[in-house]
Design a binder for this molecule. Structure first.
Ligand code: MTE
Ligand code: MO
Length: 398
């Protein structure tokens, strides 16, 4: 369906500067610096110590997060791009709301200046890809699933500042019978296997939009970086990352349920354990934990090691984390280093003095305040979403 902001988008994109991102930045870093990895279409440098490039995406190295605090610096935050980062000029940017769910049914536009003049909120939220931990379906459970084979690093926490979406919807004249929104990004249409699926967009129920969703223009006190949605993205707290549309361009507001391939083909649970047509579109993320240690790390026997990690749950604050250093035979509580809050993760630690040399398996298990506990096995789905099982972390004691 053609819609009113299409011409505006074309002129905006024409004004963009092409960014030979990785090459330019590698040169700027100088010959002495290690060349950052190249991911097609990602603007920021991706040093090997901090990122693993997976196609058009960059996974943060979870094992290296130990030198970051409760907030993930933008330079360390994972990037999930269906296509590539559009370098948008905030001065030309407009948000358009349109559709039969607005009184008057005429499109309403907001500039960044107009959004900044509205009352702002600042809040911490994790952004976590629905497929975070996906590769563990294969490595731990022997199950083949499709999609980017993330380990645990498709997640980050930041302080987001912006306007509550509710404020903007009310100013735009939200009709009382509006039920669904369809926020859409300004990045290029997503083409896969010869099919053009159009621009990244995913229905968002009005009830969630009016609750805690924000139109964010700052990340950790700075304007949003290009790769994370500059100049404005959605932040949909506790929900799978796909809900948090980057480079937001327009939002359809409708009095009927909306759909897109991101709610029909993807981001639903398909497979033996699920209903024949697939589950409803997935909304809330799940719970996880992991050690900030490389897989296969070598640890010296007879010495005390301070094992550190993180735990988080989209359902409720973390209540406790238990660790095992003997493959799950015995467990003990880890020490928590942050006040558990639902919107953030908790850093934890546990001391371990391995006596015997040889291979060992470390495990950590999160329990949240709502009583959710990481299971031993995640229920598989064909696209590998929502991995929640205890991660079996191999190390070698020598
Ligand atoms: N416009 C647009 N928004 C998007 C995406 C995208 O490719 N295009 N990827 C989504 C997915 S799948 C995730 S997990 C998050 C990742 O946000 P980040 O790249 O800032 O970490 O953005 C979401 N928003
Ligand atoms: Mo994602």
């Amino acid at each position: 369906m053609p819609h009113p902001s299409e011409p505006a988008r074309r002129s905006l994109l024409k004004a963009l500067t092409a960014v030979p991102a990785a090459a330019a930045l590698a040169g700027a870093a100088g010959p002495a610096a290690a060349a950052p990895l190249a991911a097609p279409g990602i603007v920021k440098p991706l040093p090997e110590a901090h990122f693993t490039v997976r196609g058009t995406n960059a996974e943060a190295r979870f094992d290296a997060l130990g030198d970051t605090g409760p907030l993930t610096p933008a330079a360390r935050f994972f990037v999930r791009n269906h296509t590539s980062t559009p370098v948008l000029d905030a001065a030309d940017w407009r948000l358009t709301l349109w559709g039969d769910g607005l009184h008057g049914r005429t499109p309403v536009h907001f500039t960044l200046g107009q959004l900044r003049d509205l009352p702002s909120v600042t809040r911490t939220a994790l952004v976590e890809c629905a497929g975070n931990g996906r590769s563990l379906y294969a490595t731990q459970q022997g199950q083949t699933v499709s999609g980017t084979p993330w380990t645990l690093g498709a997640v980050g926490a930041a302080r987001w500042r912006g306007v509550p979406l509710r404020e903007v919807l009310h100013r735009a004249g939200l009709a009382h019978d509006a039920v669904d929104l369809l926020p859409r990004g300004l990045d290029a249409p997503y083409v896969s296997g010869g099919t053009d699926f159009g621009r990244v967009r995913r229905p968002l129920p009005v009830a969630k939009a009016l609750d805690d969703v924000i139109l964010a223009y700052e990340m950790n006190g700075e304007p949003l970086p290009y790769d994370h949605g500059h100049p404005v993205r959605l932040i949909v707290p506790h929900w799978v990352g796909i809900a948090s549309i980057k480079w937001l361009g327009d939002i359809e507001v409708a009095t009927r349920p909306l759909a897109s391939p991101w709610s029909t083909d993807w981001y639903r649970l398909f497979g033996e354990a699920h209903s024949p047509g697939g589950s409803a579109p997935i909304t809330e993320q799940t719970l996880k934990s992991g050690f900030q240690l490389p897989f296969g790390a070598a640890l010296e026997a007879g010495r005390v090691h301070r094992l550190t990690g993180r735990a988080w749950s989209a359902h409720a604050p973390v209540r406790s984390v238990d660790v095992s250093t003997d493959g799950g035979a015995t467990w003990r509580p880890a020490r928590l280093h942050d006040d558990p809050r639902r919107a953030a993760w908790v850093r934890w630690s546990a001391a371990w003095r391995p006596a015997r040399t040889g291979p060992a398996t470390l495990l950590s298990r999160t329990t949240d305040a709502a009583g959710n506990v990481q299971p031993d096995t995640a229920v598989a789905n064909t696209q590998g979403y929502l991995f929640d099982a205890v991660v079996r972390h191999p190390v070698t004691v020598s």
